[in-house]
Design a protein around this ligand. Structure first.
Ligand code: PRT
Length: 106
């Protein structure tokens, strides 16, 4: 199992986005701004959906990676840390009581 995490990718995106490197896709997206990042996120979401309905398993993997990368770029440009989204997911899980039920075995 890989130890690579979304937090690792969030850090890479923050660094590459500020790098000014002409070869960096992340730096290009940061320069173009949130409208372009949002457009790319939408495209990657549609491509993921198309792969799924076609039953293209490898496509779902590849397009999901594109989708998550562009989602993290959008979060960075929106000034929202990944930890805030994780906290919201955690809050919802706690609210539903599902985690507690699972730890009690049902
Ligand atoms: N995970 C990704 C990642 N996923 C997708 N992409 C890029 O997203 C771009 C958009 O994909 P498309 O197929 O839509 O490309 P396109 O048709 O050329 O784009 P448009 O002309 O339509 O705008 C491609 O150039 C991909 O290379 C990514 N670019 C970077 N990363 C990560 O970010 C890191 C830093 O990358 P750089 O910023 O490029 O150094 C990398 O090491 C990776 O970890």
């Amino acid at each position: 199992m890989s130890t690579f995490s979304l937090q690792d990718l969030e850090k890479i995106i923050a660094e590459r986005g500020r790098s000014g490197d002409a070869n960096s896709w992340t730096a290009k997206l940061f320069a173009k701004g949130i409208d372009k990042a949002a457009q790319k996120l939408g495209e990657e979401a549609v491509e993921t959906v198309i792969s799924a309905v076609k039953g293209d398993r490898q496509g779902v993997v590849a397009e999901s990676a594109d989708l998550i990368y562009h989602w993290l770029v959008l979060l960075a440009l929106a000034g929202v840390p990944l930890s805030e989204v994780i906290s919201e997911l955690e809050r919802r899980t706690a609210q539903s009581g599902v985690a507690e039920k699972a730890s009690r075995g049902g």
